[in-house]
Design a protein around this ligand. Sequence first.
Ligand code: GDP
Ligand code: MN
Length: 381
Amino acid sequence: MDLFEYQGKQYFARFGIPVSPGGVADTVDEAVEQAGRAGYPVVVKAQVQVGGRGKAGGVKLANDADEVRLHAGNILGLDIKGHVVKRLWVEHASDIAAEYYASFTLDRSAKLHLGLLSAEGGVEIEQVAATNPGAIARIHVNPLDGLTPERARAWVDSAGLDPKARDGAADILVKLYRCYVEGDADLVEINPLILTPEGRVHALDAKVTLDDNAAFRHPEWDEFRGFEELDPRDAMARARGLQYVGLDGTVGIIANGAGLAMSTVDVVSQVGGEPANFLDIGGGANADVMAAALEVINHDEKVRSILINIFGGITRGEEVANGIVQALGRVELESPIVIRLDGTNAEQGREILAPHLSDRLLTRPTMLDAARTAVELAGGN
Ligand code: GDP
Ligand code: MN
């Protein structure tokens, strides 16, 4: 789950990371009220889950209530890379002497946590990595060791931050690491982390991605969910308890097991098609699950064909086939379906499907054949 900046800052604050005082506003009047509380000058910031808000006109300084009205009015409703602004964060403005970058994420190939720190903050880190990779100081942290204050200070030195920022930055990095580990985040990023002319260091922006697999031990995360930005297809799938990832193509995909679903996405791409989604129905392929899966895919207007790829193990072929037949009675489908059914009781399953086959419901013997047919039906290749 991705947090909005204001939620990320609330999360940071729980771990003692300094952030500016401020509040959220959904209207111009509320923005003026929050500005009064935070104390002028303030920054009015669009709350959308996309980077580069500053460049898009979504971050503005305001010296008085009239300026807050002007900027809040302009930013609310603004479309930033396809995200329409519905909420603002208004905080006391900071004076900036230097802008830095700091983040933690998991380096899967190294099987260690990865910390990135750069004296070139305020711009996108991908850009720094492309033009000046030497400006990023990387450290790997073994979760068994954690990040010690000594190591954090050495890291700050190696990144070439202003010596005035040394203690403040090292302190924040240790806290940010705790926020990342104990807070069960997949990513924590501060860009910019600033040094003020008075020598204080604090977080001016916050990007936090929480690890959904840890949600069970964080009942307090519920408060973040109310205002989550979900793709409507994702929201629909989540409400039906399905593992779903929306993509941009035209071939809807249903498979049992995440591995098979991923392979199906790959094979569809390989034969020249574009997957519309990744959908793992897991072991339960009964009519309810199948109907729910078809409903979600059916809702996607880009979809031109649906590929159901089942390799039965615990999942049995006849159950899948019955599930599909019953689901077809419940969902009025916009697109033709191509089914590849293999594994446990596949023969029985195909017999159940046989009387229902048509040019809108086809079976194919292999995954590759099925993918080719689905891609043809989608109008690709
Ligand atoms: P992003 O563009 O979406 O990453 O939004 P940020 O929160 O990072 O803000 C973009 C830029 O606005 C920052 O890099 C700063 O240069 C500037 N900015 C944000 N807050 C303040 C502030 O309190 N004071 C000043 N002077 N500039 C700010
Ligand atoms: Mn930023």
